[in-house]
Design a protein around this ligand. Structure first.
Ligand code: SAM
Length: 216
């Protein structure tokens, strides 16, 4: 559900605060043409990710859930010259479309897409990331967060998308993804290693929100 006024405000914000961007618009169009779901972050949220990368001074970014590379492009744009984004995706077609979109946006050298189940990719990674964006299968969020903590340093920023989803997680009978969202929020709130909050959003993507955490 999305309230019409949310959309009007969202379009106003995008038009007023964001510059027209052919590469990002083409990325969304190519995803639609390839029959992919329009579940990329909203433009205002994409820019938020770019700003967060810049504000935190991130150089090494981990993204879980590439889709068509829309958020990867925003993240890459927030990085210094030698910054990198490692993005996990398990649908080959998504990774192919993303590769083209990311290259066309001029950030191809910064972004590596690892094809395969994200938990396998995460298990193979070493070192520490400065910013981690979790936006894939919600049922694995707690697994992703646990592994993310092992790949973090004090000050690593962790963002988890879709932690509100119309508040359906409040239903005591919630199951599946809704239950996973509640467990994600509980993990974030109870982890001794994290300081976290969540922000509700009303946007072109309806009533939703994201969590932001920093590793202590
Ligand atoms: N972050 C993207 C953006 O904003 O442009 C959107 C990502 S979309 C919400 C989620 C993506 O995660 C999909 O492309 C899906 O195929 C992928 N995905 C889901 N489960 C996965 C898994 N277990 N391993 C790797 N990728 C997965």
């Amino acid at each position: 559900k999305s309230h019409p006024e949310w959309l009007t405000v969202e379009h106003y914000l995008s038009d007023t605060l964001l510059k027209p961007d052919a590469a990002l618009e083409q990325a969304v169009a190519d995803a639609a043409a390839a029959g992919m779901p329009a579940i990329e972050v909203a433009p205002t949220a994409g820019k938020f990710l770019m700003l967060l990368a810049r504000i935190s001074g991130a150089r090494r970014v981990l993204e879980i859930g590439t889709l068509a590379g829309y958020s990867s492009i925003w993240l890459a744009r927030g990085l210094p010259e030698d910054g990198t984004v490692l993005s996990c995706e398990f649908v080959a077609k998504h990774a192919e479309v993303a590769r083209r979109n990311i290259d066309r946006a001029g950030v191809g050298e910064k972004v590596e897409i690892r094809l395969g189940p994200a938990l396998d990719t995460l298990a193979s990674l070493t070192g520490q990331f400065d910013l981690i964006f979790i936006d894939a299968d919600k049922g694995n969020n707690v697994n992703y967060l646990s592994r993310a903590l092992e790949l973090s340093h004090s000050g690593t920023v962790i963002v988890v998308d879709n932690v509100i989803w119309e508040g359906l997680f409040l239903d005591p009978e919630a199951q599946g993804d809704e239950l996973a969202i509640r467990q994600t929020l509980e993990f974030l709130g109870s982890s001794e290693q994290l300081e976290a909050t969540a922000i509700q959003t009303a946007s072109s993507k309806g009533w939703d929100g994201f969590a932001v955490a920093v590793v202590k």
